[in-house]
Design a protein around this ligand. Sequence first.
Ligand SMILES: *Cc1c(COP(=O)(O)O)cnc(C)c1O
Length: 438
Amino acid sequence: MEIKPEKSGYGFDTQRLRAGYEPKEHNYAVSPPIYQTAAFDFRDVEHAKALFGIRELGNLYTRIGNPTVGVLEQRIAALDHASGAVALSSGMAAISYTLLNLAEGGGRILTSPYLYGGSADSFKKIYPKFGITFDIAQNILNPEKLAEEIKPDTKAIYVESISNPSAVLLDIDAIAKVAHDHGIPLVVDNTVATPYLYNPIDHGADIVVYSATKGLTGHGNVIAGLVLESGKFNWKSDKFPQFSELYYTLRDIDENWRSFLDVFPLAPFTGRIRFNYLNYFGAALSPFDAYLVLIGLETLSERIAKQVHNAEVLADYLSKHEAVEWVRYPTLKDSPSHDLAKRDFPRGTGGILSFGFKGTTAQRETFLNSVELFHYHVNIGDARSLIVNSPQTTHGELEAHEKVVADIPENLIRISAGLEDVSDLIADLEQAFKKALA
Ligand SMILES: *Cc1c(COP(=O)(O)O)cnc(C)c1O
């Protein structure tokens, strides 16, 4: 939906509790109700016509919109300074609908090499079958040279604000400028950062995607995704005729066809995802899951702040450990991302850190088998601390040379810091190191 501007001027912490929801519109319920219904009655035939022509935005069928899901869309849009938002049933749905909406019918996407494993795999293996091909940028860390890598049919640049697992930071402002100089949008996956740590739209991003499964919800109990847009990109160009084309579904009162730009001037991108991809491909978020994300958002700031604290302490502990070859965490002094961390991340750089285990493969495996408090699995952003050997799991599909480009050495172990007492986390790692090295 196009987003109602927040009249409040409230700060971030107030908005994550209040934006997009008025108790008086919902029987004065304090907590947003779960509208667990598949469909909504029409008032009369005129109302049905108006809803079907998308002349009036209202509740029709939960696959394309639902009041509980709508609160989540409004709330995240307020936190991210977005003009439009659409919630989907997973982060992968958010990414796939975004890429199809940009490059359906064929085109190229220029990407960062530092990507989530599921993104990297699908970009290589699935999208080319739909005519969408990916160029992995050589110069993502040197945006002044990035322009050379944009081809005539490049439709967008795609990056992660904090990459997973290596926590690489990028100069999003500079990359956005290169994209805009070439008339293409910048898409940022902001999953690891969350809007608490980083606002991609304020730094020039045109589209933001999230896996809300991770830090946004923060309790490891839901799979959800979101797409947001800035409302600033010029979609009228010849590169993106899909936003100016007239559609049968978008009829005015005289039954004339209209375009997504006519109907959603401030949110054509998410409007088109909703009424094309969500409507017809169908990865709808359930109202109950939207509710869980909303509950998670209520404590976003406190959770992420504590995760940042725990990650910083763990990074410091690991940097001094004899069984650790290296540690990657952006605020460490020797990190290549250190300057960007200082410039763009005043609240810290999140809960993800990784380290190189110094020892044999067997010792590394004993180490992982010996952790007791850390959970050994592939999620991130949970309230519980998680540990995983990314190169053999989440990024196991990458070939050896691709792991080099993505900077994922075989001995990498990734940690997603949770909310426990950090002394307990350190004690757990310490006993696991002892067992591994015994
Ligand atoms: C987990 C993740 C995704 C995919 O999200 P799902 O909700 O699991 O589908 C996309 N991007 C990043 C950075 C992720 O960590």
